[in-house]
Design a protein around this ligand. Structure first.
Ligand code: ZN
Length: 305
């Protein structure tokens, strides 16, 4: 006898679609932390001047790298970007995978609600970057905040929106229609609420909470309206530890109002879809298992030679 409660659900292994192995500690150790957490595939979203070229990662972890991010010299992003004297087309051609990371805007302000660091590329410039990438068979993931910049990124034809703080429902509906993925990196904001180093003032903490609450609402809206979401942790950023943030990001998706089994699907199927690949090894879970069961099972599979 089976009922819906005991249905066995199958998923490929978990994918983190946005992190930084070069940040927040030694890259090899960071990769090991991912495996120990049960994450099988990671997309590295930018390493300064291709510093990860020199790292031999543990073979069990599939590492897909965008290489250094494309940003405008003098703007936000030098710590994960390309500071070398190369042309745009050279930078695009040299990314070590079929993905290109572009930084379109700066960070979300913690002092001024809704304020975003300066814009780096016009719609025309961004469209040109996307065209150049597509011409050599690559996809563009764009670091972007503010609705206006997100809308321009969608118009430019990018393949995924990364962060997307302050995005509006209409822009999300357009993304759903165009099949553009969204990696909302909610843990990277929500984690700051705990403020372990007492970095933030009461005013800043209130803004951080408001940012996180708004993003959770948009995640729910996006899910209900058919936007393909993915789990991207932005691990390596301040107070976003490698490994354990994957579960945290999944938990926040549940907090946004998404059913647990749907979050498993987002953490696995959607990640593979975004990468344009298929995962062969399968995890089997019943609906009544806790969220962490997905990662426990994956960890066991990854530990096998
Ligand atoms: Zn990032």
């Amino acid at each position: 006898m089976s009922n819906k409660q005991n249905d066995i659900l199958e998923y490929p292994l978990p994918v983190d679609t946005h992190l930084h192995l070069s940040l927040g500690g030694d890259p090899f150790a960071n990769a090991q932390l991912q495996l120990a957490a049960g994450v099988a595939v990671v997309r590295d979203a930018g390493d300064r001047d291709a510093c990860l070229d020199a790292v031999a990662f543990p073979p069990a972890l599939t590492v897909i790298r965008t290489g250094p991010a494309i940003f405008k010299k003098g703007s936000y992003g030098s710590f994960l970007g390309d500071n070398r004297e190369l042309s745009l087309s050279e930078k695009i051609a040299q990314t070590p995978s079929s993905f290109v990371k572009v930084i379109l805007t700066g960070l979300v302000s913690f002092d001024d609600y809704g304020k975003i660091g300066p814009r780096q590329w016009s719609l025309e410039e961004l469209s040109e970057i996307v065209e150049m990438a597509v011409a050599v068979g690559k996809k563009v993931m764009v670091h972007v905040n503010s609705d206006k910049a997100c809308r321009d990124a969608v118009a430019a034809g990018v393949h995924s929106i990364e962060h997307g703080y302050f995005i509006e429902p209409e822009t999300l509906l357009e993304m759903a229609a165009k099949g553009i993925c969204w990696t909302p990196t909610i843990a990277a904001m929500a984690n700051q609420i705990s403020d372990p180093d007492k970095r933030f003032s009461a005013t800043q903490l209130a803004i951080i909470k408001r940012n996180a609450a708004r993003q959770l609402e948009m995640i729910q809206f996006a899910h209900e309206n058919g936007v393909k979401l993915s789990i991207g942790t932005d691990s390596g950023s301040y107070n976003v530890p490698h490994g354990k943030t994957f579960l945290r990001e999944m938990e926040l998706f549940v907090e946004a109002g998404i059913d647990k089994a749907e979050v498993w699907r987002i953490a696995t199927d959607n990640g593979w879809h975004l990468l344009g690949r298929q995962g062969e090894r399968r995890l089997k879970l019943s609906r009544n298992q806790p969220l962490v069961a997905l990662l426990q099972q994956s960890r066991k599979i990854l530990a096998k030679p």
